[in-house]
Design a protein around this ligand. Structure first.
Ligand code: ADP
Length: 323
């Protein structure tokens, strides 16, 4: 092994930069050359890569996003596009590739692996929906950003005796919403995994009012069957008897843009070095992730195209704590 490349793909996540830095420094520690691929699989297909030295990854550890850029690349979903990527790697003398990204990105990594490219994936998405890791890079920082917003909304909700519908990201996975609801003390949570009708949300809010609560906080996952806007519309259309006045806040991309916290910087640093360790021992076609307190690997073919289900413990405790 002489030269490796690293890319970030899919939705950006706080800590991706820390992971790039760790891959570059661990690679150079092995006396390898490291190339950074620009804009995810789009850059791989077009062969847009540049050498990265130790100083090129200075000053990025604490920054959110990814300095290499990320993109959603449709070309890469075609066989011709993927062949172009494989050819570009060969033309630039790249022996192995590290893919930092979420579910779709690791599915793409698996396909490259099947085409004979030595690949290692690093689990990074704010959604925390990847199999093979208890926690993905970026999820904890995104959760903290959501909590900061929730804490502030609760303050104003209590002052005005209001209910707030807060929509958080997470695509089709309810992890961020459920974790934010528990850690933010929500009265109700709406996630894709458990169908919750607007009438049920109205009942939960009204019951909180009747219990004498000064506010009601409802955390809604963006991927839920009824999103925050639909639930709010239902309240208005049906003149729902809630007790509280209602406001809606959609956190959206604000959640993704923060500087990574300690947890994500450390996780990204560990996973970046672990990915290079895999390449050193010739363990390819795997995802490096966190299992308990240690780093483990999982074959990409066990991960590709699948998502991690929500843990039953969080689902069990959320309603107990909403009292
Ligand atoms: P994330 O990695 O955050 O889940 P996406 O699902 O958008 O983000 O995937 C990022 C990129 O990975 C896509 O733009 C595409 O280039 C590639 N990708 C996603 N799914 C597949 C697939 N089934 N086959 C090949 N490539 C894929």
């Amino acid at each position: 092994m002489k030269r490796i490349a690293v890319l970030t793909s899919g939705g950006d996540a706080p800590g991706m930069n820390a992971a790039i830095r760790a891959v570059v420094r661990a690679g150079i520690h092995q006396d390898w050359q490291v190339k950074g691929v620009l804009n995810g699989y789009a850059g791989l297909v077009s062969g847009a890569m540049r050498p990265l030295g130790l100083r090129d990854v200075g000053g990025i550890l604490w920054r959110g996003g990814t300095f290499l850029g990320s993109a959603r690349c449709l070309d890469f979903k075609t066989e011709a596009g993927r062949q172009q990527a494989v050819d570009a790697l060969a033309a630039q003398g790249v022996d192995a590739l590290v893919v930092i990204g979420g579910n779709g990105s690791q599915t793409g990594a698996h396909m490259l692996s099947q085409m004979g490219v030595p690949v290692v994936g690093i689990a990074s998405t704010i959604d925390n929906d990847l199999l093979g890791t208890d926690m993905t890079i970026g999820a904890t920082t995104a959760l903290n950003i959501a909590l900061e917003a929730i804490d502030r909304l609760k303050t104003t909700a209590s002052s005005h005796r209001r209910a707030f519908l807060v929509e958080v990201m997470g695509r089709d996975c309810g992890y961020l919403a459920l974790a934010a609801a528990i850690a933010g003390g929500a009265e109700c949570v709406v996630i894709p995994e458990v169908e919750t009708r607007p009438e049920e949300v109205a009942a939960a809010v009204h019951e909180a009012y009747m219990r004498g609560k000064p506010h009601a906080l409802v955390v809604v996952a963006e991927g839920a069957k009824f999103d925050a806007a639909e639930i709010a519309r239902h309240f208005v259309d049906n003149k729902a008897d809630l007790g509280f006045g209602v406001r809606t806040t959609i956190l959206g991309h604000v959640q993704r843009g923060g500087n990574p916290g300690a947890y994500d910087r450390l996780l990204a640093s560990r996973l970046g070095v672990a990915a290079v360790d895999c390449l050193v021992r010739g363990e390819f076609g795997v995802l490096v992730g966190l299992r308990g307190h240690t780093i483990g690997t999982t074959p990409l073919d066990e991960i590709a195209g699948r998502t991690k289900p929500l843990g039953p413990e969080l689902l069990r405790i959320a309603p107990i704590l909403q009292a």
